[in-house]
Design a protein around this ligand. Structure first.
Ligand code: HEM
Ligand code: HEM
Length: 194
């Protein structure tokens, strides 16, 4: 049997270049917000029709969605000023390309979702209530544009599921199959337990 350390060691000895603490904070805060906003969207879409239905979910969904938009824009600005660590040298060309494409897709989708939600909601009579504190200003909107935005938002959810699933599956693959230090780059430095 092949010596596992010989196969795995180069990934570690190449030196783990981590994301900065701020980049890691941006990443895990975005992940937490996204895993919260999606179920709120399901609940809200399911229950919004009954009269006097729970506006709480609408307000939470829209507020969190707008927070995500702000976080992703701030994250992209931070990224432009603080480029991420170089990809590990041992990655094949196809792995580098697919990692880059899937990361840009994630950014794109998490801009497209809140923007389409905001445009759709701007064309609706319902308020964009920020936790019941105040109403977020709406854009001037035609019914056609609002309807297109609604289609994008409803269909876009499938892109969210697909790309997030691929992203998490890729992380599991790096962790369990490749056994390299990719996840480590997005975590604080680990103390050796031995
Ligand atoms: C990252 C941000 C967002 C994600 C991932 C997201 C995701 C979702 C999902 C999964 C649904 C349920 C769709 C369905 O089951 O049919 C939904 C519905 C909805 N979202 Fe969002 N959303 C986001 C941001 C926003 C924002 C910022 C607004 C408005 C300001 C918004 C407004 C709505 C509305 C009005 C619906 C109900 C659509 C309908 O059934 O008529 N969303 N969203
Ligand atoms: C449990 C869920 C998640 C896990 C385990 C995970 C794991 C990771 C890991 C390990 C990396 C580092 C890849 C590298 O070293 O090059 C990464 C990067 C990234 N993740 Fe996630 N992630 C999760 C959820 C998400 C979500 C929901 C988003 C949506 C915005 C996201 C967006 C990104 C982006 C854009 C990058 C690339 C960062 C950059 O180089 O600009 N992740 N993720």
């Amino acid at each position: 049997m092949k010596d596992i350390t010989a196969r795995v060691a180069p990934y570690f000895t190449a030196g783990t270049r981590r994301y900065t603490p701020a980049a890691r904070a941006f990443h895990w805060i975005s992940a937490l917000l996204i895993f919260t906003v999606v179920p709120l969207g399901w609940i809200f879409a399911e229950f919004k029709k009954p009269p006097g239905g729970p506006d709480l979910y609408a307000s939470l969904h829209k507020t969190l969605g707008l927070v995500i938009l702000a976080v992703i824009l701030a994250r992209l600005a931070y990224r432009a000023m603080n480029p991420p660590p170089a990809q590990p040298g041992r990655m094949a060309a196809w792995e580098r390309v697919s990692a880059a494409i899937s990361h840009w897709l994630l950014y794109f989708i998490f801009l497209a979702m809140p923007i389409s939600g905001y445009v759709m909601s701007s064309g609706s009579k319902r308020p964009i209530s920020i936790l019941g504190l105040f109403d977020f200003p709406k854009l001037p909107m035609t019914t056609d544009i609002a309807e297109t935005a609604k289609q994008i938002h409803i269909l876009g959810q499938w892109a969210v599921y697909a790309v997030v699933l691929i992203h998490v599956a890729a992380t599991v693959w790096h962790l369990a199959v490749r056994r390299d230090a990719i996840l480590d780059r997005m975590l604080p430095r680990q103390v050796n337990a031995e």
